[in-house]
Design a protein around this ligand. Structure first.
Ligand SMILES: [Zn+2]
Length: 296
């Protein structure tokens, strides 16, 4: 693998409660595997998963991630919000005023985006992006009622929303691609900001044997995903794993290289034509993350 000339941003890093590498140690680990920056989510709410002896009040979580990322240039702080909190609108505003750069949401089974469109619209009004989980998750919450990709269609009429869906919707990857198509079809109709812009967060998700198939389907189904697809690891800032990140980068580069070769050779055709799928890596690893986050 040669990543020397590739700029890489990890668009999906979590924070857990408990012991955490100091910012300089995290930075050193990230830089050691070629990662120049990325997105770090605050700790989640206690309702999502309680952490013993840890202050999980929203403002404390926001303050913590803002302080941490003030020492990690290139890495942006996101607030992991719980849409079902009674004071969510106040939290959204507190986060924005403090300098949060985006919101992270996991509908953990107890609620659906459809029940909280007002809060999501408030996030959209800040101009900041929202990153949603989609697919099954690790915790004993129901996943299918509220985390299948197509459920997010309920956000179709939120003006100006810029959002991503994660994990290729694993195991609902085909549905995920259909959901992307749905939002792309809608966008541009009824005026420039009438419908949301959906971005694709390819953070695994997809276990090994499915990774190649899922990425091939994403790029080769025929929709132009290059300008909307970014990369991430789903690792934690507490103890970032450079070796694992390196292996993930190498695996995905090999798959992307194959997709580019097959696209160039016209292995997959469609009467409507196919997207170019050229020079995918700079977009996937850096440019789209920057566009999503309005970073220079
Ligand atoms: Zn995650």
């Amino acid at each position: 693998m040669n990543t020397d000339n590739l700029e890489i941003y990890d668009g999906h890093i979590h924070t857990q409660g408990g012991p955490c590498d100091p910012p300089e140690v995290f930075l050193e680990k990230a830089h050691s595997c070629g990662i120049a920056g990325g997105t770090i989510f605050s700790v989640h709410s206690a309702k999502y998963r309680p952490i013993p002896n840890y202050d999980q009040r929203a403002k404390s979580r926001i303050d913590w991630i803002l302080e941490y990322t003030s020492h990690t240039p290139g890495f942006l702080p996101y607030f992991f919000a719980d849409l079902s909190d009674a004071d969510i609108l106040e939290q959204i505003e507190y986060a924005r005023k403090g300098g949060i750069r985006g919101y992270k949401v996991i509908c953990d089974g107890d609620y659906s985006v459809g029940d909280h469109l007002e809060a999501i619209a408030a996030m959209a009004e800040t101009g900041l992006p929202v990153m949603f989980h989609s697919g099954v998750d690790n915790y004993p919450h129901l996943s299918s009622p509220n985390n299948r990709p197509i459920v997010f269609e309920k956000m179709l009429n939120i003006r100006g929303l810029r959002f991503s869906l994660a994990h290729l919707g694993w195991p609902w990857c085909d549905e995920f691609i259909g959901t992307y198509a749905k939002f792309v079809f809608a966008q541009g109709m009824d005026g420039p900001d009438a419908h949301p812009s959906m971005y694709v967060d390819i953070t695994p998700g997809t276990p090994g044997i499915y990774r190649r198939e899922a990425l091939r389907k994403l790029y080769l189904t025929g929709y132009n995903v290059r300008p909307r697809t970014f990369w991430g690891t789903d690792r934690i800032v507490n103890d970032y794993k450079p070796d694992l990140a390196r292996r993930m980068i190498a695996r995905d580069i090999a798959i992307i290289d194959e997709i580019e070769r097959d696209a160039a050779a016209g292995v997959i055709t469609d009467p409507y034509g196919m997207p170019k799928n050229e020079n995918l890596k700079p977009a996937l690893f850096a440019e789209v993350w920057k566009a999503f986050n309005k970073e220079p």
